[in-house]
Write a new protein. Sequence first.
Length: 205
Amino acid sequence: MDLLQSLRDILDAESRVVNSIPLTEAYQQALDLIYRQVCQKGGKVVASGMGKAGQIAANIASTFASTGIPAVSINPAEAQHGDLGVIQPNDVLLLISNSGRTEEIVQLHRLASLLYPSMPSIAITGEAGSPLANVPGMVSLFTGNPDEVCPLGLTPTSSITAMTVIGHMLVIAMMNRTGFTREQYALRHQGGSLGEKLRDCSPMK
């Protein structure tokens, strides 16, 4: 197969994944939870995933933090060895697992609930029937469970694309809801070429 055509097929497949993400009322519930816990109660988003989903959790948390929503990411395995202490009563959990069966993530939710029984939680997952999605009170955002674009159908690729885009939707929707400004962004991003571009907006110039 021609290389460029092969790459075009991958782009087309990934585009279909994004366009097939189910949009449901759960997004409104998730945004309401984040707004209540962070903007009204002074908590933060605690994002977590295992493996590649953990890298997505870290990216989402970092992007939230840079746009005025305090957020951290934690490794769910490390959480069982003391990092659970990062979680505070007014936080909201954002748990990412494509299968919804990742043992460390399911266990993290259980342990956080033992620490703070009323801890609200949001899941990004591909499996509506999974243990994580069916935790009582869980707000579940589904990826659409796409087939992976990799030739083996195994390597997390399309599922990661969907998880990343869902994270972007949450971040941008919160920016719109809070009225986050260019000036506020400049205060949080002083370095690099982006910081230089924003310098005229910052009171620290």
